[in-house]
Each structure stands twice: as C-alpha cells, then as structure tokens.
Design a protein around this ligand. Structure first.
Ligand SMILES: [Zn+2]
Length: 343
C-alpha cells in the first residue's frame, strides 16, 4: 500500500517536472474574484489565505492557524528527495502574518489531515509561536518526531469542541478527496514519531476532518467551516451552521458532475453557507515568494471547477470569493431572520 502510494506520488511529481520542462505544463489562469461584495454585516473575524488549505483567522488580538504549511518544497525535492520543514520559509511567513512580533497571539495550529502539504510545518509553527498543535493521532506523531513536547499537543475525540480563547473548534470526521490510489477511505495512520526529513509519501493521511469554527465576542457568534480536502461523509454535517465555507477543491475538476453536486450539497448547502472561498487549488510545489498558480491542467481541471462553482453560486445565491495568497477577508455574521427581529 505504502510502496504503491509512493510510486504513484513519484510518477505524478515526475510528470509535473517533465511537463514543465517540455512546455506542456498548461495552466488555467489564476481564478478571479467572482463577486467582490461580501455579505454584510461583517464580523470582527478576519481570514488570511496562504495557499493550499493554510488559513489564519484572527480578531485583531488572537489567532488560529489551519495547517500552517509554508515550506512548499519544489517538485524535484518532493519526488526524489526527502522533505521537512524549511525554517526560513516558516519564519518569514509567520513574520508576515504578524505572529512573531507580538501583533497577534497564535493560540493553536490545527491540521485538516496529516499529508505533508497540511501537517509537515505545523509542529515548527507551534514551537516558534508557543501555540498548541491540535489534530489527529497521526499529526501528534509528526509533532513528536519534530521534538514538540506532548503536553503542547491536543488530539480531540472527533466531534468534541476545543476552546482557545474566543475560538471554539470541532474536528468532524470526513473523507479525503478520492485519489488514484485510494477511494478516500484509507490513507493510512502513523504509528510512531515521524522524524524529518523523509519522503513526502511517509506523511500518512491519518484521517481527514472538516473543521468547524465558532468565534464568540460581544454577544456575536461567527461560524465557519474549513473543508481541507474534497471528500465528504453523507449527512455528517447535518445540523451544523456555518456562514462561510472554505471549500477544498483539489482534484474536484477531474471528478464527475454527480460527485461535485453531492460534495456541494454535503458541505455548502447543508450548513446554510452564504459565502464560499475555494481553497487547495494552487500548485504547492511553487514557493510563496511567487504568486499562487493553479494546478497544471493535466493534473486538475481548475477551469471545470470554476465553471461548476459559478453555476452553483448563480443558482444558490451564494457569494464566492477566490483569494490569492496573503489576501484577507472579513467573515460575515449570520443574517438575522425576520422572526428573530420580531421577537
Ligand atoms: Zn491530502
């Protein structure tokens, strides 16, 4: 299983390299903002996007980071070499986010799953900022492998709420986007500390999670969902509310319309979202010193994803916002329903 995954990852990355060298690395244009107007009223919570599913949420004082993947090793190193956190890249990103100079206090870094493009840098982020590392049992082994003290790692039971200052986070069991080598059900678990650098395929998935957030301040509650990978479990998010969904769309463009429809229904419609931000659409072998680029066309049809999302937005009256790296967005508050106002 492990060997199989490794060979396929190697073939994909070599494909990216060869396609790049011979000029076949056709990419769609960077997605443009579909609508610039964010629904009012805006909450005091700001989201900052840093590629893949790395997102920071802050209220001007404290912050939570999802994944915190900043190293983004290149194709050659990822395919042929071994990868680990790049401290210079991680420090520079944390500095730019205001997390090293006292502007913002990072309370926790929480991972959506344990693949290298999500969890590899999270323990270093925790070490450099004093934040708690939260995630699956596999994420814990990535933390221990990097020498993070176990007392700084939180592994919640799926569905349990974790509180960090004004933030409340729940990790809900979900599925990874189906890949050529598995159907999203079995990406493997780490069973011992993972000491970097190691081949990228050694970062086993360790289960995938929908991350549900609430921020409570001044009697106002802001709710949002981060879906790091384009997988879902039917009915799993029923009853949850989120005004904004950060929607993982990696490889969605290569999936049949039936799958796209179900994914939208289970992650956006079901939580009553009014604002959708597509994430995980960029080629994460390109460093953050360059603008984000979509996945190459032959790996993921980002155009097809854009067309599908545009259609859903038109029909469902949802605002969609494609963010580039370092862009920020003030999250909307729930709209008061007419019966709330009358009461
Ligand atoms: Zn993954």
């Amino acid at each position: 299983m492990m060997k199989h995954a490794r060979i396929i990852l190697w073939l994909i990355l070599m494909g990216v390299l060869v396609a790049g060298l011979v000029g076949l690395n056709v990419r769609p244009p960077v997605p443009q903002r579909e609508f610039a107007d964010i629904p009012e009223p805006a909450s005091g919570v700001r989201a900052t996007f840093v590629g893949v599913s790395t997102l920071m949420f802050d209220d001007g004082e404290s912050a939570i980071l999802v994944d915190g993947f900043f190293s983004r090793p290149g194709v050659l190193k990822t395919a042929l070499g071994r990868v680990g956190p790049d401290e210079t890249a991680v420090r520079s990103a944390l500095q730019r986010l205001g997390l090293l100079d006292g502007k913002l206090k990072l309370l926790a870094v929480v991972t959506a799953h344990s693949h290298y493009d999500h969890a590899m840098d999270a323990p270093l982020v925790a070490k450099l900022t004093g934040a708690v590392l939260a995630g699956s049992a596999s994420t814990r082994f990535i933390g221990l492998g990097q020498g993070l003290d176990d007392s700084r790692i939180e592994v919640p039971q799926a569905g349990d709420a974790m509180r960090f200052g004004p933030f409340r986070i729940r990790m809900l069991e979900s599925l990874h986007s189906p890949t050529p080598w598995n159907d999203g059900h079995d990406g493997g678990m780490l069973t011992q500390p993972l000491v970097p650098p190691v081949h990228a395929a050694k970062y086993l998935e360790g289960g995938s999670f929908s991350l549900h957030f609430e921020h409570v301040a001044d009697g106002r509650t802001t709710r949002w969902l981060v879906q790091g990978s384009a997988g879902y479990i039917q009915g799993k998010l029923d009853g949850l509310l989120a005004d904004t969904v950060f929607l993982g769309v990696g490889t969605l463009g290569r999936k049949p319309t039936r799958y796209k429809e179900s994914y939208w229904l289970e992650t956006v419609t079901t939580v009553g979202a009014r604002c959708v931000v597509p994430i995980h659409w960029d080629d994460f072998t390109v460093g953050l010193d360059e603008p984000l680029k979509p996945f190459p066309y032959w790996l993921d049809n980002v155009h097809s994803t854009q067309r599908f999302l545009r259609g859903k937005v038109g029909m469902d009256g949802v605002t969609m916002y494609w963010m580039n790296a370092w862009e920020t967005l003030m999250l909307p508050l729930p709209v008061e329903r007419a019966d709330d106002v009358l009461m």
